[in-house]
Design a binder for this molecule. Sequence first.
Ligand SMILES: C[S@@+](CC[C@H](N)C(=O)[O-])C[C@H]1O[C@@H](n2cnc3c(N)ncnc32)[C@H](O)[C@@H]1O
Length: 185
Amino acid sequence: MLEVLVTFVFTILIAFTVWFWLKVAFLVLLVVIIYPGVYAMIKGAPFVPSMDKAIKAMIKLGKFKKTDRVVDIGCGDGKVIRKIAKEGVKEAVGYELSIPTFLLARFRTFWSGGKEKIRFGNFWYQDLSKYDVIVCFLLIEAMTNFEKDVWPKLGKGTRVISNAFKLKHVEITEEKDGVYLYIKK
Ligand SMILES: C[S@@+](CC[C@H](N)C(=O)[O-])C[C@H]1O[C@@H](n2cnc3c(N)ncnc32)[C@H](O)[C@@H]1O
């Protein structure tokens, strides 16, 4: 009788311990998956895809050449960089930090057979000066940080194409349908 009772108590204890660690593992996984996306939302912008009209304006303003290396900083589902890749540029890269959005972008690239490269990462920690064109659709605070930290490091002739949000102290080269083109002098 005592043996049965001890086995029963042990089984209950083990079940509770396993359940506890399963809950901890689940919470850790949740934080790992959600944290980068929340960071991206606050430090860059939430995922809101550019409208088709804005994408057309980006393509028009970009006047993309075969030699251009283009990066979309915060590429979302990759729609913009995919369209740009189709222009036949040398390199089309999209950085995305939100894990679900990154996976969606990767899946769409795989599905469409696009030439764009979708990379998981924080664009603030990338060397953006190696690109000829930088495309973005980021909130005003991110644009302020971009102007302070990234813009001064860009080489002469680098084009920055921003959907909706302006750089405060840089002269706009051209504007179309709420999309702004800046060329570094
Ligand atoms: C407004 S959406 C624009 C998506 C796409 N560029 C477009 O125009 O359709 C901004 C995207 O930037 C991503 N993002 C924000 N901060 C980021 C960062 N530091 N590194 C990488 N991606 C970031 C967000 O997760 C979001 O998907």
